[in-house]
Design a protein around this ligand. Structure first.
Ligand SMILES: [Zn+2]
Length: 441
């Protein structure tokens, strides 16, 4: 066995042997189940209806006796119905924006914030970010967990934090250069926007000290990673988390493995479920990620259905961490479009166009229903360096892009190449789908 990576933040926990880690998980799971049973009527009623009591959790396998928690449960019990700690112990709330209706609210005790900073500190270690680094946090600050979540971890490791929040890109880039930022955290689409702005304004990359980036809060592909790395001249790593289970920092890709994200199993128990049946799937099989928090006090979540698609990678990682990895997120079960009976994920379209010369990684799927038949139009942006009058070249490109998308989707599509810069940019989560079929429902 080779030596564990010297960059590990908490060597004792991150390299703990599996048997000790699992014993710790069971102890914390039992404690969490007891606590929600006592303090959260919704959980108690559900468990009673399922005929299970806290004492029935005797092994980690017994987790599957417990009922699931869905996003709708968080909405239905808005704002404090799922809190397990007394209100006076809650020191912060965050909320995730919903497109309709009420947001979901998460509450944190002092201890929860300490745990959050600890797991984000581990994530920074995964990206080889240390005390001597200058970390620019370009996630939004506020009710969204991204900004303050990364902030807490970066302060915990003793780095110099530059809390720019999202937006005002040119100013971000100026500060990045002047303050000597070495690491950045934001959404991947915002990183791409920054990279494009650098290129378009002719910024001198040699004046930057930027070395690494931690990107998350939306699914992204290997192709997008290549684009970001090329534009910003950094190593781009994936960080995962969600407000319902804490925020960013639940799992993180490590520099040594760069394949899959270590999920901090002393705080979160992952399960992979068949999205249709809810039955747990074996390691290595793709399905829906379901997370149970085992140390959260403010708002623990039991078997929370994330609707994120991934699988567990059971093989050990070269970095020496023993916490298992989940594969990079592969879209969401609820992003899935069913078009003429075929399951389509927007991330597949992205994967199929990235790397084609002359094409920018910007796309929009427009789904419509014409004469009772679903029609998928894929709009793809041309790269700015391609001159618009090179008609023959564009026709050839059009054929290649269409073939590439159709091969991946297994579906015929109508392709529309768009002028550079014409598909809407976003500083937060990118919108990739317009589904007009809803008009007919
Ligand atoms: Zn690793």
């Amino acid at each position: 066995m080779q030596q564990p990576s010297p960059h590990i933040w908490n060597k004792h926990v991150e390299t703990m042997d599996r048997a000790s880690l699992e014993a710790l998980q069971l102890e914390r799971l039992q404690e969490t189940v007891r606590r929600v049973y006592q303090n959260v009527p919704v959980y108690r009623e559900r468990m009673q209806a399922a005929g299970v009591e806290p004492g029935d959790i005797r092994s980690l396998k017994d987790l599957r006796l417990l009922p699931f928690t869905q996003k709708t449960d968080l909405r239905d019990n808005y704002p404090y119905g799922l809190f397990a700690a007394p209100q006076e112990d809650i020191v912060r709330v965050h909320a995730s924006s919903g497109t309709t209706g009420k947001p979901i609210v998460a509450g944190y005790t002092q201890h929860d914030l300490q745990v959050w900073a600890e797991v984000v500190a581990r994530c920074l270690g995964c990206a080889h970010v240390h005390k001597n680094d200058t970390v620019q946090v370009s996630y939004g600050y506020g009710l969204f967990t991204g900004g303050l979540g990364l902030h807490g971890g970066a302060e915990r490791i003793g780095a110099k934090v530059v809390p720019t929040s999202a937006g005002n890109t040119k100013r971000q880039l100026m500060l990045m250069q002047d303050l000597g930022t070495t690491a950045i955290a934001c959404t991947p689409s915002y990183a791409l926007l920054m990279g494009e702005t650098m290129r378009d304004t002719g910024m001198d990359l040699s004046k930057l000290k930027l070395r690494t980036g931690m990107f998350g809060a939306e699914p992204w592909t290997e192709g997008m990673r290549d684009q970001i790395q090329n534009l910003l001249h950094i190593t781009a790593l994936d960080i995962y988390g969600l407000t319902e289970t804490m925020g960013p920092g639940v799992a993180m890709e490590c520099m040594e493995g760069r394949y899959g994200l270590h999920i901090w199993e002393d705080h979160f128990i992952p399960e992979i479920l068949d999205p249709a049946t809810g039955e747990p799937l074996p390691d290595g099989e793709m399905g829906e990620l379901c997370i149970t928090t085992i140390t959260k006090e403010g708002m623990p979540t039991i078997r929370y259905r994330t609707h994120d698609l991934t699988c567990i990678i059971p093989e050990p990682c070269p970095c020496g961490r023993t916490h298992r990895r989940i594969r990079r997120l592969h879209g969401r079960t609820d992003d899935m479009l069913i078009i003429r009976g075929v399951n389509v994920f927007p991330s597949q379209v992205e994967a199929s166009i990235v790397g084609i010369d002359g094409i920018a990684p910007r796309y929009l799927l427009v789904v419509d229903r014409v004469n009772n038949l679903d029609v998928l139009e894929v709009q793809v942006e041309l790269a700015p360096e391609l001159l618009a009058d090179e008609v023959r070249k564009i026709e050839d490109l059009s054929r290649r892009v269409q073939r590439s998308i159709e091969q991946v989707l297994g579906l015929s599509v109508k392709l529309r190449l768009m002028e550079p810069g014409s598909i809407e940019r976003s500083e937060g989560k990118s919108k990739h789908v317009v589904d007009k079929r809803k008009l007919y429902d």
